[in-house]
Design a protein around this ligand. Structure first.
Ligand SMILES: [Zn+2]
Length: 317
């Protein structure tokens, strides 16, 4: 199995990289903040590649065998919202039957699809020392699919699949080894039914629901989780399959507000979850680990990441 931690760009530091090296972590994922700031924070990441202090850090990681990946909500960056004034047909038809540039885009409009695919290929080629795995997620929202005549009968998952297939094919024109994640998250936890993944697409399972759901008992969510994962593997290969967890996500535990709170891990859950994911066939285990960078250390000292690191040791032998 492979292991990754996912942190914000401004948290990338020699301290984090040394932690990764010392504990045999395979990859550091760099995650510009999502939500309504996703476009701005991705544009800011692209700017950072001009900053030698930032690229020196990436060189240091990569020279020490740590892979670098970039994971972000990219729809509003790839399809700029201001195109709405000249090309409203690129955008989604909302629940009221009107074109709306609030989120995502129309995946049945071939020009729109080509536009985002070209933008994805340009973005991919500019991601400094990126691994061949690309993560260009749709907007960080629920229930914002296109309801136009052609899209209406496609689930959000099918709509995501159309975008990922098209973008990956474009990226593969310059990098044949490129792979791309289908993000199984929120309404996309249910896999696509009508659209099949092209070669190189892998599933990335992000069970945020289990952290925010208050209506389900834990027992129920366990049962749902197993059937969600089995459903996912009925469409996607286990090869390259990835879990993106929140065990170390101190940004979530700090309610996405600084200053960061003291991180208290659920070590039992980390151990049991990794065991479960391993037995279900996932090959790549990752957790958000935001709000644990240099600023955190100044406030609270070293965070306790021991349960995660113990699992890395165990499963990498
Ligand atoms: Zn549409």
């Amino acid at each position: 199995m492979e292991f990754q931690v996912l942190i914000h760009p401004d948290e990338l530091s020699y301290e984090w990289i040394d932690r990764a090296i010392a504990n045999d972590i395979d990859a550091i994922g760099i995650h510009p903040v999502g939500g309504y700031r996703a476009r701005e924070s991705l544009a800011d990441l692209v700017e950072r590649f001009k900053d030698n202090d930032f690229t020196d850090l990436i060189d240091y990681a990569s020279d020490n065998g740590i892979k670098i990946e970039y994971e972000m909500h990219a729809a509003s960056y790839l399809m700029p919202r201001e195109l709405f004034s000249t090309h409203p047909e690129y955008f989604r038809v909302d629940e009221t039957g009107h074109r709306n540039n609030d989120a995502n885009f129309c995946v049945s409009n071939q020009e729109a699809l080509q536009y985002v695919s070209n933008a994805a290929a340009i973005l991919a080629s500019g991601l400094y020392k990126s691994s061949d795995r690309y993560y260009f997620w749709l907007d960080d929202v629920k229930n914002k699919k296109c309801m136009c005549e052609k899209c209406r009968n496609l689930s959000m998952s099918d709509q995501q699949m159309i975008f990922i297939n098209a973008a990956l094919k474009e990226i593969q024109k310059s990098n044949r080894k490129a792979k791309m994640a289908y993000l199984a998250y929120f309404d996309c936890i249910t896999p696509p039914q009508k659209i099949k993944p092209v070669k190189g697409v892998f599933a990335e399972y992000a069970p945020m629901g289990k952290y925010v759901s208050e209506t389900q008992t834990q027992e129920n969510s366990k049962i749902n989780e197993e059937s969600d994962i089995n459903n996912l593997f009925s469409v996607f290969s286990k090869s390259n399959s990835k879990v993106l967890e929140y065990w170390l996500d101190n940004s979530m535990f700090s309610n996405w507000t600084k200053p960061e709170k003291k991180f208290v891990p659920d070590n039992k859950m980390i151990k049991e979850d990794i065991e479960k994911y391993h037995s279900l066939g996932f090959e790549y285990i990752s957790s958000f680990a935001c709000y644990l960078g240099p600023q955190y250390t100044k406030l609270h000292g070293q965070p306790d990441l021991s349960a995660f690191f113990r699992c890395v040791e165990k499963y990498k032998g």
